[in-house]
Structures are given as C-alpha cells and as structure tokens.
Design a protein around this ligand. Structure first.
Ligand SMILES: C[S@@+](CC[C@H](N)C(=O)[O-])C[C@H]1O[C@@H](n2cnc3c(N)ncnc32)[C@H](O)[C@@H]1O
Length: 384
C-alpha cells in the first residue's frame, strides 16, 4: 500500500469506530478483508488509527469530525503537508476542497472528555498540562527482566540477537524500554524462555516496593493475567496465591508462570480461606485505566462519570472483602493504574476511615512518563 492509501484506510476505519464499532474489531475486520495488506501496512494503519484516537479532539479541530477530517487533522498536527497525501491518486484520499483547506485551528483544545477535566486538574495540579499531553503520545513498549532467570545485560543481549533493542530504565533493576523491534518480542526466545515479560515500568516499581517487605505468603486478590504475581515471584520466595472474581481472566497464568519458572497457585473464592491469613494481600483493582489511556485511547472517550462512580463503589467493596484475609501485622496493598484522586487517595482515605484496624503506611503515585504509565499504590498495615 502507498502511504496515502494507508491514511485513506485509517480514515475509513475511523468512520466505523465513530459509528460505534470497537477499534480492535474495526481493525480486525479490515485486516480480514485486506488480504493484500502486508504486516507493515497493517502496523501503519493501526498506528494512524490509534494516533488519532489519542488526540481525537485536536485532530477534529484541525481537520474535521469524520474519519477524513481526523486524518487531515492528524497530518496537520504532525507537520505533514496534507496535499502530499490528499492527492486523489490510486487508493489515497481525494484532493482537499477549498473549505477543507481553509478550516482547522486546534487552538487550546484538550484531548480529554469535558467532564473529566476538573477532577483531573484537581488530582494532578501543576502536572495536569504535561499529563494531558503525555496521554496524546504513544506509550513506550516496556519489558520486565525476570531476575529469577536472567539479568538486564544478558536479557538485552538475548533480545538484541533477535533484533529487539531495549534500553535500561534509570532507577529500575528490571525495567527495559524497547526502542526497536517491538513486534518481534513475542516470537523470540528471550520472551518464550521467560527471560523477559511484557510489563509497564510503573507496575514493576510498585511490585518491587512490596517485595521489599519480604512477604512469606501472598494473595493476589485481583490477579487477572497475573502480572503482579509474576513480578513478585521473580523478586522474592513467597508462596503466591492468585484469585480473580472472573477465573477465566487467569487462564493464561499457568503458561506464563511456566515460562517464568514461577510457582503460582490459583484459588477459587471458596479456597481463599483455606490458605489464609496472608501477610500480603494485593488488590490491583478494576479502575478507569486513566494512567494507561495512551494504550487504550478509546477508553478515554467512552469512560463516563457514571462509570467512575460505579468503579469507586466496586473498589471499596473489593478492599473491604480482601482486608479480611490479611494476617495481623500483614499488609494490604491497593493499586490502580488511574490518575484520578477518587480512585486513589480518596479511596485509600475511605478505607482507612472504615477500618481503624489498618494503618496507612504510605501512598505513592507514578506519573504518566517515558518510563511508565500513571499508577498508584497505597499500603496498609493490619495493626489490630
Ligand atoms: C486491573 S485488573 C488486574 C490486572 C492484573 N493484576 C495484572 O497485573 O495483570 C482487575 C481484575 O480485578 C478483577 N475483579 C473485579 N472484581 C473483583 C472482585 N470483587 N474480586 C476479585 N477480583 C475482581 C477483574 O476480573 C480483573 O481481572
């Protein structure tokens, strides 16, 4: 495909997404139809679609609200002369009209839904503008070196042999940022042999903070795919139990654990008490994901005030349930990949007020940055 044809395709896929089709589905539908498209074409079309979704409002202001306008706005934002793409040649977009040529001024447009601007400003203070811009950018692809099987130098060398270039992250013993060859990671031996795992840097840092407490028995209460369990297993010799209200979410965990050389036991709800109490219970709760909206930009536009209220309620319920499994003197770790105070500091404060037997032993926020997503950790000690 020509570069112009890729943009035209992205415009058509964006129209489907604007019509209500999920981005991944719209991209998959197109890929099935477009047998002629090679892997580079698919990657480029996907990048254009996601680049627009991350900055949908400023693209619309620069170009227009439909797929064609959004692509026009993307090009203008990227400093690419639209006339080099809107040529009308081959499968590229038709030549620009006079009206399209004259319109377009992004001005002070924020790439956030209007309702979230005030709570986000409140939560982020002086970091609001930087964060809002960071959420428009592509997220870094990050790896965690599995210290149970490798070390950063050896893992980087193994990755480089497979054409994946990864750089260490200052201040982290395990995090690497991939600068080249990200699409080859999952096919390579370094990944398949468990030397590295895909994981954001902030999650790694939060788990490292918990490993420092050298827990002996851990319950990962919202384990999902097991990212936190696996990271912890690489850093300490704890017995690790993983639970999720939706056990299907843990279906990949045995395979991931085998790759990593980790021993993680999955527990149904009824089995939790049989292994209790735990000296660390991790609650990596469902959240807005606002700290990761670079990766899932559709969520930024679909997430509503009502969704936030419902999540805050669920998070509090999960904390209340999970607290019952913490041993005296043990810790409850509350985590989100959110940057909203309602899900973070306010949730931690609410838990403290409802549970006088727990003492808050610190909170930490990680900003949306080049070395990780927005993330939050609160640690409570069971004091009575
Ligand atoms: C943020 S995800 C977990 C991600 C996972 N810890 C990881 O690192 O890959 C939140 C998980 O909480 C689970 N969940 C939702 N409600 C729950 C509940 N009441 N009890 C336990 N898990 C719950 C969801 O099914 C989801 O898998």
């Amino acid at each position: 495909m020509t570069p112009a044809a890729r943009y035209q395709t992205a415009a058509e896929i964006l129209d489907e997404i604007l019509g209500g089709v999920a981005a991944e589905k719209a991209l998959t539908n197109w890929a099935r139809r477009a047998r002629f498209a090679g892997s580079k074409d698919r990657a480029a079309v996907r990048d254009h679609v996601f680049d627009v979704l991350r900055q949908r409002q400023s693209c619309a202001a620069r170009g227009g609200p439909d797929g064609r306008g959004l692509i026009l706005g993307l090009l203008r934002g990227d400093g690419i002369d639209p006339d080099t793409v809107f040529t009308g040649d081959g499968y590229g977009p038709a030549v620009l009209s006079e009206a399209e040529r004259e319109a377009g001024d992004a001005g002070d447009v924020l790439d956030l839904p209007a309702w979230i601007v005030a709570p986000m400003r409140e939560a982020l203070g002086e970091d609001f503008d930087r964060t809002e811009h960071a959420l428009r950018e592509r997220a870094p692809v990050m790896l965690r070196v599995n210290l149970a099987k490798s070390d950063p130098a050896a893992a980087r060398a193994a990755l480089a042999d497979e054409g994946v270039i990864a750089e260490p992250v200052a201040g982290s013993a395990t995090a690497l940022v991939v600068t080249e060859g990200a699409r080859r990671i999952r096919l390579g031996r370094a990944y398949l042999d468990g030397l590295v795992e895909l994981q954001d840097g902030s999650s790694q840092a939060a788990v490292a903070a918990l490993a420092g407490r050298a827990p002996a028995r851990v319950l990962d209460y919202c384990a999902g795919g097991g990212g936190k369990s696996l990271a912890l297993a690489a850093l300490c010799s704890a017995e690790i139990y993983a639970h999720d209200a939706d056990p299907a979410r843990m279906s990949d965990l045995p395979e991931r654990a085998a790759r990593a050389g980790a021993d993680i036991t999955r527990l149904d709800r009824e089995e939790i008490a049989g292994h209790a109490p735990y000296d660390l219970v991790i609650c990596d709760v469902p959240c807005s994901g606002s700290g990761t909206w670079r990766r899932t930009p559709e969520m930024k536009w679909r997430f509503s005030e009502a969704d936030l209220a419902a999540l805050v309620q669920t998070q509090a319920e999960i904390l209340d349930e999970a607290a019952a499994h913490v041993a005296p003197g043990g810790y409850l770790a509350y985590m989100t990949c959110s940057i909203l105070a309602e899900e973070n500091e306010a949730q931690a404060e609410g838990f403290g007020a409802r549970h006088p037997g727990f003492a808050l032993r610190g909170t930490r926020r990680w900003p949306v940055s080049a070395s990780g997503d927005g993330f939050f950790l609160a640690q409570f000690e069971r004091v009575s």
